[in-house]
Design a protein around this ligand. Sequence first.
Ligand code: 13P
Length: 352
Amino acid sequence: MSMSDLAAVAKAMVADGKGILAADESGATIGKRFAALDIESTEENRRLYRTTLLGTPGIEEVVSGVILYDETIRQKADDGSTIPEFLIGKGILPGIKVDTGSKPLPLCPGEQVTEGLDGLRERIAEYVAMGAKFAKWRAVIVIDEANGLPSDTAIRCNAHALARYGALCQEGGLVPIIEPEVLMDGDNDIDTCYDVTLRTQRRVFWELAQLRIELGGMILKPNMVVSGKKCATQASPEEVAEKTLRCLYHSVPPAVPGIAFLSVGQPADVATLHLDLMNKLGPHPWQLTFSYGRALQDEALRTWRGAPDNVAEAQKVFTHRAALAGAARSATYDPSLESGDLALVAATATQD
Ligand code: 13P
């Protein structure tokens, strides 16, 4: 794939009114989410769950791409097509998580580095042959002020790995989603999150430049700038929107076509409101959209609960959530829509 083809895919990933569904939970993560709802985590149950989401009628109106896990990209939809074929048939771009998870960073207690570079060139070729158009690699940065974290070592190692991965993707024909996630689990305030996110993103873009990444052929997937979950003072949605934007304006070159946020475990309505507020403050140099996992899926998973009889209701709930995210992507969300008529909300987002 040429650089202009990569740029076309990147643009399509953040097309007007659309965002990305992250459905790439590892076997361990989906296992935990299933266990919490007493759903047995068998390969077939994971297939049934993922095909329930992906088979939801009309999601292509607001979902440009889906990030898949290695197991899922090899599975089939009920009609016998492979999952990538099924998605492409709906006009949705298939993507693939290619990192192999985060491991303790040696000599840096409490910090992690994401692995998966060994053999990545060959895995990328295999995924491209299966129909994948983009990839994802998630780096995690921990804030722990009492222990002086994050260290520069952790930020540099993770940024370098992201750039090595990004270069391999562009060489092999996949658009890399570059995901440096600053975790929000601590008791730090929003300003500490701002400082760490800015430091991280600046280092990431320095490494991307060193490794000759074509910025037009990538998507950034950052955290929003928020207060730590255990912080006594929680920033208002307006402050989150303003500080997240300020951080992006000071670190992300305008040549990047799009920024697709993760939800980082924020409640779905909160993640949706934050995205909407940022888009209402636009236009911006980049498209601002979602690449949510939990904020799109949680309610649908609770509704499905592994029962075939619940598929239609789970799809209805998922449609509603996706339509709300689509509205936030178009700056037309309002919290009152949360309890609105599902079909009406979906139709509104469809017209955007
Ligand atoms: P959440 O939206 O659930 O944070 O996850 C998205 C994701 O892809 C994490 O890597």
